[in-house]
Design a protein around this ligand. Structure first.
Ligand SMILES: Nc1ncnc2c1ncn2[C@@H]1O[C@H](COP(=O)(O)OP(=O)(O)OP(=O)(O)O)[C@@H](O)[C@H]1O
Ligand SMILES: [Mg+2]
Length: 351
């Protein structure tokens, strides 16, 4: 049995706005196993960032945690004091954000920024921390580290800055790394390098990762398991192979279908728009956009139906006696491609 390092139960988060309560996270449960990478995927606004930020206690001021638990080492982080969270943040749990520039301090030397968490959390001396920072800069592949350790963020390219952000996030060897679209701002080649670097460091440090991305191609190469989010809910979760080769929820089909492939630039985005979270639908939130939706999908929220020991999906299509619906042909056509993509990636990371 894999060891659960993080266990999120029935998380519910609202935002106070002038228009009313935005019900952004609605009964989300998932767990993270030790050493694994869990990808959270979903359209814009589905709640990926809010979910991850809640783990580290970095929600916006107008957020209201209505219910749920985030269990980490026997403690519910939602009830932890700000002082406890400060001890955990950057130490046991770290986060990397999408934009590497905003997470670096433009007025501080890179070396200081990488060394700081060690001084703060591990009681390292300045000298020790500086030496470790230098080691870490080399580990994340920054050339001329001895010289560059004294430079400032603006002297680095976007890709190099993201390597620095990764160095800061991992310097205390956290048990959990939360990566919110860590490579979206980078060009494709740099992106691939950074992803390989993250996998490499993960193996060494044995960190568990929650990886947020829009890019299912990245998921195929990085993740062990995937949670598919929509309108503040998880609609399906399973291993990468469950989600790619045996997707069950029509929303997952839509997401897979909307993923660009090498031989076609035409993006087949899912028709329609997500529901208004001021007044969320009472049934399956995807029902209004789902051409396979039945009456019950509109009226009653589907429970998670078990597909296999690792794979669950919340769609009435899986209820006993529901009409048998096959995933669209396009999805089936893509299966071969994922198999190749995964294989490619495995070959690359073995080298
Ligand atoms: N401070 C806030 N005030 C009001 N609503 C908010 C606030 N922060 C987030 N939301 C709402 O919560 C929902 C989830 O947002 P979130 O940022 O988690 O989406 P996301 O899945 O990360 O999207 P993206 O892929 O665009 O980053 C959205 O409907 C968003 O508008
Ligand atoms: Mg986001």
């Amino acid at each position: 049995m894999p060891e659960k390092i993080l266990d999120v139960k029935n998380l519910q988060i609202d935002f106070n706005t002038y228009a009313g309560e935005v019900k952004a996270i609605r009964d989300v449960s998932f767990h993270l196993n030790k050493g694994e990478t869990l990808a959270i995927v979903g359209e814009s606004g589905s709640g990926k960032s809010v979910t991850t930020r809640s783990i580290i206690g970095l929600l916006a001021k107008n957020a209201n945690v209505v219910g749920g638990e985030i269990n980490f080492h026997g403690e519910n982080l939602l009830e932890a004091s700000e002082k406890d969270m400060q001890n955990i943040r950057g130490n046991e749990i770290s986060m990397i954000f999408q934009d590497p520039m905003t997470s670096l301090d433009p007025t501080m030397k890179i070396g200081q920024q990488i060394a700081e968490p060690l001084i703060k959390h591990k009681g390292a001396s300045k000298k020790e921390a500086w030496a470790k920072a230098l080691e870490m800069m080399k580990a994340v592949g920054i050339p001329d580290a001895d010289k560059r350790i004294n430079q400032y963020p603006h002297q680095f390219s976007g890709g190099m800055r993201q390597r620095i952000v990764i160095a800061i996030a991992l310097i205390c060897e956290p048990e959990i790394l939360l990566a919110d679209e860590p490579t979206t701002a980078l060009d494709v080649t740099v992106q691939a390098e950074i992803l390989d670097l993250m996998k490499d460091l993960q193996k060494r440090i044995k960190t568990s990762i929650i990886f947020i991305t829009h890019d299912l191609g990245v998921v195929a190469g990085m993740a062990d398991r995937v949670a598919v989010m929509y309108a503040g809910e998880i609609l399906e979760y399973g291993t990468v192979d469950d989600i790619f080769f045996d997707p069950q929820h029509p929303y997952t089909w839509g997401l897979i279908n909307s993923m660009p492939t090498l031989d076609s630039d035409t993006l087949e985005s899912i028709p329609g728009t997500p529901p208004d979270l001021l007044d969320p639908p009472k049934g399956d939130p995807f029902a209004p956009r789902n051409k396979y939706a039945m009456k019950i999908d509109i009226e009653r929220k589907p429970p998670f139906f078990k597909v296999s020991d690792t794979h669950y999906a919340a769609t009435w299509l899986l209820a006993p006696g529901a009409p048998k619906v096959e995933p669209p042909l396009e999805i089936q056509r893509r299966w071969k491609k994922y198999a190749l993509m995964k294989k490619d990636h495995e070959l690359v990371s073995e080298n």
